[in-house]
Design a protein around this ligand. Structure first.
Ligand SMILES: NC(=O)c1ccc[n+]([C@@H]2O[C@H](COP(=O)([O-])OP(=O)(O)OC[C@H]3O[C@@H](n4cnc5c(N)ncnc54)[C@H](OP(=O)(O)O)[C@@H]3O)[C@@H](O)[C@H]2O)c1
Length: 269
């Protein structure tokens, strides 16, 4: 059992974060499950619900100081902005990166000194297969997940001297509350007068359907457990059907051939 190990999971109120909190608690980890609304968090043995707003550095620092010691950090909280670039609002762009990118950096900034003092630690970032693949209307979301991949790659060098491992998981589409609660749409892009209306009406329902028919979050929870248990685990790993289909294809094909395949698959013309 892993009774002495302390885990912090952000965005633990639903989906992959929730499944991971429950799974790791069942394996004996002491899990701090963080959310903006801790009332939504599950109350079971080994799970300690905590309030955390990853967009607020004071909230992050205070919460992490209160925990005192963290062995494993799982940066999972995130949402998706669906908008054309032409119509995106300044505050929507800022907010997307504030949560998905700067949120991770704020939590890392607060947790790394603890891990460095312990000379041990594991950081697992939940990115996306869209952290390696572009898609229209998801430019801001995909760019934020590309950034998460950059954070993982860079931190691996920066933190390995302190015995801190950094990994990224790139999930394909997963059946969580993401499509229902955490896709934020730009009203202008989604209006019938938008020049992007034909693209919205063809692509958006497909993506939503693929998320709602996606893989089970339990798969990510089990993968996180495997990463924790294996000191030699690879830097990044895919999860779910879509990621396993597209990421190897992206590696094998030229950019142009890959783009052609994505255009065909999503009927992007
Ligand atoms: N579902 C998919 O198909 C899919 C695919 C690839 C990657 N992902 C990524 O996987 C991660 C988990 O998503 P999920 O699918 O499990 O979705 P989910 O069930 O909707 O859960 C998302 C979690 O992120 C947190 N969150 C959302 N917006 C936030 C904000 N503005 N500030 C702080 N926290 C926020 C929420 O936490 P609170 O509301 O409790 O604060 C929630 O617990 C995300 O990073 C997502 O981008 C999802």
């Amino acid at each position: 059992m892993n009774t002495n190990k302390v885990v912090l999971i952000t965005g633990a109120s639903s989906g992959m974060g929730r499944a991971t909190a429950i799974f790791l608690a069942s394996k004996g980890f002491k899990v701090y499950a963080a959310s903006r609304t801790p009332e939504k968090l599950i109350q079971i043995e080994n799970i300690h619900p905590i309030h955390l707003d990853i967009t607020n550095i004071e909230s992050v620092q205070k919460t992490i100081e209160k925990i005192g010691e963290i062995d494993i950090l799982i940066n999972n909280a995130g949402y998706g902005l669906v908008s054309s670039v032409e119509e995106v609002k300044e505050e929507q762009m800022q907010a997307q990166f504030d949560v998905n990118v700067f949120g991770i950096l704020r939590v890392c900034k607060a947790v790394i000194p603890m891990m460095r003092r312990q000379n041990a630690g594991i950081i697992i970032n939940i990115s996306s297969f869209l952290g390696k693949i572009g898609l229209p209307l998801l430019t801001l979301y995909n760019a934020s997940k590309y950034a998460v991949e950059g954070i993982t790659d860079s931190l691996r060098y920066e933190l390995s001297p302190f015995n801190i491992r950094v990994h990224s998981i790139m999930p394909g589409f997963f059946e969580t509350n993401f499509a229902r609660d955490n896709l934020v749409t730009n009203s202008q892009t989604f209006s019938e007068n938008s020049p992007y209306a034909p693209l919205v009406s063809s692509l958006a329902p497909t993506i939503i359907k693929q998320i709602n028919n996606g893989n089970d979050a339990q798969e990510v929870a089990a993968l996180i457990y495997d990463i924790i248990q294996d000191n030699a685990f690879k830097a990044r790993v895919t999860a779910g059907e879509k990621a396993k289909k597209f990421i190897p294809m992206k590696k094998e094909l030229s950019d142009e051939d890959f783009e052609r395949r994505v255009r065909e698959y999503y009927q992007l013309g």
